[in-house]
Structure formats: structure tokens, C-alpha cells
Design a protein around this ligand. Structure first.
Ligand SMILES: [Zn+2]
Ligand SMILES: [Zn+2]
Length: 279
């Protein structure tokens, strides 16, 4: 089994076929999902999805693209959402100096404020870091992130930055780009990261792995990422799957996945028929 530790199942991209997408994922062996909030509305939608599906868990938080100085109402809303039982992580939070949709100083303020909220809630943090390695590292270190725990989502640094993050007690979450031919730096990270600190994520609907590159991503494609890491590390797919799944369960304190019911078997047959052409 695989755990997709970072996807955006609430996005419009899945509005028409979300049920199919989940059924295909389960067929591919992806048994648990953490769907990630990027602002207050998407955090609420993530929780609603988790309430409706027993293998979906939610995270809440404000993405650096949406960063703002939090009002006291924001803080109260985030604390309320974060204390729901379906919520297993705080995020995604962090810095994105590639897009810079919000001023860097606002991003920094928003990230620090939310690290405090994660600490209050006792939730591990999902960190978004794009072209902001040094500043992200500095903030995480100052905030003693090892006391909170968390994952560097869609890790994009080199091995020397990876080692610094590992020293802070963080997990490294590897996404589809590891399958790209030119991604030698990321492949080196995926190869060297201690197996007990490695997570897999789709980041669906973004960043589909080869051979689906350029298409809308979906959790079922996580298998390609897992296969690539298995081949880089000369391990079996099963070994990578079971190790990364138990890491995800440890970090996010997930219970074992629900056993497939006869109802979902019916759905599975239906979906197999339906998707033979295009999966
Ligand atoms: Zn992100
Ligand atoms: Zn994301």
C-alpha cells in the first residue's frame, strides 16, 4: 500500500470525477490520503472531504501564495479548524520566493505565526519551500521545528540541504519530478535519504510523474514515483511502499487504512471497465 501525503483533492480539477479518482487510486494501491489546505476555504473543504471518506485526512493552513498578516479572527478560525479530529497536519505553510505572489516579509510573518499555531495544536507541519531554502531553514531552526515535527513537501533542494533538514528532524517528501530525466539532484536526494525519513506525495493535480508528465496529476500516479525511487535505491516497490507508508503513519499518526468493503469492490469493477482506455 501507498500513502499520498500531499494532494489537493478539494481542487476544482477534481470536481467532475473525484469519486473515480479515489477509486483509481485505491486500485493502484494508494490507500490513504492527506489533502492539504491552502487557505481557509480550502482547509474547510479538505475537512469536509475527510469527514465523508474514511481514508482521507486533512491539513489546514495558509499557503505562502495566500499569505497575509493573520487577524485575530483568522487565528481563531485556524485553531478551530485545526482541532477537528480529521486534521492530521498543519499546512501547507512556508515561503515561495519563486512566484513571490505576496511580499517576502508578509510570507515570513505568516509562516512564523502559523508555526506557533501548529505548536499550540500539537500538529506536525507541512512545509512549502520554493527558492527559499536558506530563509525557510533559518525560521524552522529558530522555531525548534524538531519539537513539532514535519515534512519538507515536494523537496527541491540538493543533498547538502537535505542533510540540514534531516538534522532538524524533518521528513523529506518526494514528488513526481524525481521521475524527470534531468532531475539528477533530486534523484541523489531520493537515493541517499534514510529510508525511515522518506515520504511520497503526488501534489495532485500538479506535477504528474513520467509517463504522465504534463497531464492532470492524480494520486494513482504515485506508483510511478514509488517505482522510480525503488529503482534508484535498488529496492522492491513493496519495500519502498511499506517503509514510506509507515513513515507517513508515524508522522501524521494515521490509523491503519480501512479494509475495502464489498461496496468499494463493486465500484472498482465499474471503474476498471470505465477506465481501461485511458488510465
Ligand atoms: Zn506546495
Ligand atoms: Zn501543495
Amino acid at each position: 500500500m501507498l500513502v499520498d501525503t500531499h494532494c489537493h483533492l478539494d481542487f476544482e480539477d477534481f470536481a467532475d470525477d473525484r469519486k473515480d479518482i479515489l477509486a483509481r487510486a485505491k486500485l493502484a494501491g494508494v490507500r490513504q490520503f492527506v489533502t492539504i489546505g491552502i487557505d481557509l476555504p480550502s482547509s474547510r473543504r479538505a475537512i469536509a472531504l475527510a469527514e465523508d471518506n474514511e481514508d482521507i485526512y486533512a491539513s489546514v493552513g495558509i499557503h505562502p501564495h495566500n499569505a497575509r498578516v493573520l487577524s485575530s479572527e483568522d487565528v481563531q478560525d485556524l485553531l478551530n479548524l485545526g482541532s477537528k479530529s480529521q486534521v492530521v497536519a498543519y499546512g501547507e505553510i512556508g515561503l515561495d520566493f519563486f512566484r513571490n505572489y505576496q511580499a517576502p516579509s508578509v510570507q515570513v510573518t505568516c509562516m512564523k505565526a502559523q508555526l506557533d499555531l501548529a505548536r499550540q495544536l500539537g500538529l506536525p507541519v507541512v512545509i512549502h519551500d520554493r527558492e527559499a531554502h536558506q530563509k525557510v531553514f533559518q525560521i524552522l531552526q529558530e522555531n525548534k521545528i524538531w519539537e513539532i515535527g514535519g515534512a519538507m513537501h515536494c523537496f527541491s533542494g540538493d543533498w547538502s540541504f537535505a542533510k540540514k533538514c534531516l538534522d532538524l528532524g524533518l521528513y523529506l517528501s518526494i514528488a513526481g519530478p524525481v521521475t524527470f530525466a534531468k532531475a539528477k539532484i533530486l534523484q541523489e536526494v531520493a537515493q541517499n535519504c534514510p529510508l525511515d525519513r522518506l515520504l511520497l506525495e503526488s501534489d495532485a493535480p500538479f506535477l504528474a510523474p513520467v509517463p504522465k508528465r504534463g497531464k492532470r496529476n492524480q494520486p494513482a500516479f504515485l506508483v510511478y514515483t514509488a517505482e522510480k525511487i525503488a529503482s534508484l535505491r535498488k529496492l522492491s516497490l513493496e519495500d519502498v511502499a511499506s517503509q514510506t507508508s509507515s513513515n507517513a503513519q508515524r508522522l501524521f499518526r494515521l490509523p491503519p487504512p480501512a479494509e475495502p468493503t464489498s461496496h468499494s469492490e463493486d465500484l472498482t469493477t465499474e471503474v476498471t471497465k470505465h477506465t481501461k482506455e485511458n488510465i
